[in-house]
Design a protein around this ligand. Structure first.
Ligand code: C5P
Length: 228
C-alpha cells in the first residue's frame, strides 16, 4: 500500500500495447481517477512547437514544463486535456507529438518538473496510472503493477487502426519505423527508462483482445482486494 492508503494501480509499457484502453476501462469500472502521464509530455511537446522553442533549448522547455496550465475533463472512458482552458486532445494525439514528446521526455529536469504533478493524481478512492515509469519511479509503492508488451508488428497495426479511425493517413511500415525509434529512445534514456518494475506482472497482449487483458487484470485486482 502507498503512503496515504489510497490504492494505486500502475500500467506501464510501450505504445500500442493497449494501455490506454485498459486504463480507461479500469478507471471507469472501478470509479478510480485516471492519470494518462503520456499526455503531460505530449502537451509539453505541443507547447514547445506552438511557442517555436527549439528542442535544443532545454532551459525554456523546463520553464514551460513548470508552468503548464493543464486540466482534465472526464468523458466516460475518455479524458479530454485542456491547456489554458482549450481542448487540445486531438492535437496532442498525433504521431508527430508522440515522437516529439519522447525527445522531450529524455530531459531529466522536465521529468522532475512533472513529477509532483503526477503524484497529485493519487486521490480517493484510487488511481490508475498509465505510462512508462509509473511503477518504477512515480509510484514505486503501487499496490498492483502491470507491464504490457506486444510485438512491434501488432503494435504498429493497432496504432494504424487508431490513427485511420481518426482520419490520419500513415502506413503500417512508417509506424513500425516510428515505434522502433521511440522504443529505442524510451528504453535507452538515462533517467526513468522504459522497463518493467521488479515486482510488475508482465502481460503479452500480442494475441489478446482488450476484454481478455482486462479480465486478467480484474482477477489480480480482486485477488489483492483493491476493488473495495
Ligand atoms: O504514452 P504516450 O505515447 O502518450 O507517451 C508519449 C511519450 O511520452 C512516450 O513515448 C515517452 O517518451 C513519454 N512518456 C514518458 N513517461 C511517461 C509517459 C510518457 O517518458 N510516464
Amino acid at each position: 500500500m502507498t503512503n496515504n492508503n489510497i490504492p494505486v494501480i500502475t500500467v506501464d509499457g510501450p505504445s500500442g500495447t493497449g494501455k490506454g484502453s485498459l486504463c480507461g476501462r479500469l478507471a471507469e469500472t472501478l470509479g478510480f481517477h485516471l492519470l494518462d502521464s503520456g499526455s503531460l509530455y505530449r502537451v509539453l511537446a505541443y507547447v514547445v512547437s506552438k511557442e517555436k522553442i527549439s528542442i535544443e533549448d532545454i532551459a525554456s522547455i523546463v520553464e514551460q514544463a513548470g508552468k503548464l496550465d493543464l486540466s482534465f475533463e472526464k468523458k466516460g472512458e475518455l479524458v479530454s486535456i485542456l491547456l489554458s482552458g482549450e481542448d487540445v486532445s486531438a492535437q496532442i494525439r498525433t504521431e508527430e507529438s508522440g515522437n516529439k514528446a519522447s525527445k522531450i521526455a529524455i530531459i531529466p529536469d522536465v521529468r522532475a518538473a512533472l513529477f509532483e504533478r503526477q503524484k497529485a493524481f493519487q486521490m480517493s478512492p484510487g488511481l490508475i496510472a498509465d505510462g512508462r515509469d509509473m511503477g518504477t519511479v512515480v509510484f514505486p509503492k503501487a499496490d498492483l503493477k502491470i507491464y504490457l508488451t506486444a510485438s512491434a508488428e501488432q503494435r504498429a497495426k493497432r496504432r494504424h487502426k487508431q490513427l485511420k479511425d481518426k482520419g490520419n493517413d500513415v502506413t503500417v511500415a512508417q509506424l513500425l519505423n516510428d515505434i522502433a525509434e521511440r522504443d529505442q529512445r524510451d528504453s535507452q534514456r538515462q533517467v526513468a527508462p522504459l522497463k518493467p518494475a521488479a515486482d510488475a506482472i508482465v502481460i503479452d497482449t500480442t494475441n489478446l483482445g482488450i476484454e481478455e487483458v482486462e479480465a486478467q487484470v480484474r482477477a489480480l485486482i480482486e485477488e489483492r482486494g483493491l476493488s473495495s
